[in-house]
Design a binder for this molecule. Sequence first.
Ligand SMILES: Nc1ncnc2c1ncn2[C@@H]1O[C@H](COP(=O)(O)OP(=O)(O)OP(=O)(O)O)[C@@H](O)[C@H]1O
Ligand SMILES: O=P(O)(O)OC[C@H]1O[C@H](OP(=O)(O)OP(=O)(O)O)[C@H](O)[C@@H]1O
Ligand SMILES: [Mg+2]
Length: 297
Amino acid sequence: MSTRDRLRIAMQKSGRLTEPAQDLLTRCGLSFRQSRDKLFCFGEGEPVDLLLVRDDDIPGLIAQGVCDLGIVGRNVLSEFQLTAPPEQAELSELRTLGFGRCRLSIAVPQELNYQGPETLQGLSIATSYPGLVGDWLQRRQIQAKVITLAGSVEIAPRLGTADAICDLVQSGGTLVANQLRETDILLESEAVLAGPKQLPADERGDMLELLLKRLDGVIQVRESRLLLLQTSRQHLEQVTRLLPGGPQPILLGIAGQPDQVLLQALCAGEVTWRELEDIKKAGAREMLVLPVEKMLA
Ligand SMILES: Nc1ncnc2c1ncn2[C@@H]1O[C@H](COP(=O)(O)OP(=O)(O)OP(=O)(O)O)[C@@H](O)[C@H]1O
Ligand SMILES: O=P(O)(O)OC[C@H]1O[C@H](OP(=O)(O)OP(=O)(O)O)[C@H](O)[C@@H]1O
Ligand SMILES: [Mg+2]
């Protein structure tokens, strides 16, 4: 049993997830003593420390109790859940974080006559995700040879070491550059906050809950806009009907103008020019769209 009283979060030391993960933690009010060259960053203010590691190591560190939380791609977490011993694989996705979006896909040489997954029967597939690929093949009762490679998977068909591949795709540029064609999506991925299924029942658990609440606020405001406008009571119903989603707007009276109101609405996403123009036509004036910095319900 661990005797730590400080929360420990693992994140990627250097790679695609590093900057957005750091940014997210900063927005949650966490700051760390700068030690980018080292593995461990001591948290200032809150009792939360950071461990900077290879992304592949993150699920294992949580499973072993070395860390309480980790910011990692769903692709890495899912692979761990499928390949780790059952007693270690008890991790869950506590939150989805909205960055590092990509997909794990099968791709084949452009000239291969691909008729669906059954085309892979008897072929070899190079991948860094043998667990996910094996599981996908098994569900379809397809016998194919899974060849595990740590990197540069896309080059395998050209080198003649595999017939097809399964790797991460975002723009598709790497596939095209290697004369490959995406055929099946195994997993839609993005960065997630991973943690144990059973949260710690001590001060770390309390800190963790606080952090999750802050994180929810940060995720919510990242997409939110505050819309302010002025309208007459006569036009209020029409204007309100056009407001893009969100909780009920707040109305404020304007001194000396009893028929006018100031309306404040929290919108769940972007407010487009087209939406603003429509709201204006319905009788609104002096419209302002503002980003939201913090939110605490
Ligand atoms: N092209 C991409 N676009 C968007 N997200 C991606 C892309 N490629 C990978 N990702 C996501 O970012 C994560 C980290 O990718 P990165 O390439 O930095 O990992 P890595 O090379 O395995 O790094 P490490 O040295 O930590 O093992 C991936 O696991 C995946 O979730
Ligand atoms: O569809 P695309 O936009 O081309 O992105 C996909 C590529 O991005 C990732 O590799 P990365 O560039 O991170 O290099 P790595 O394999 O060395 O990590 C992934 O492994 C693919 O090769
Ligand atoms: Mg890695």
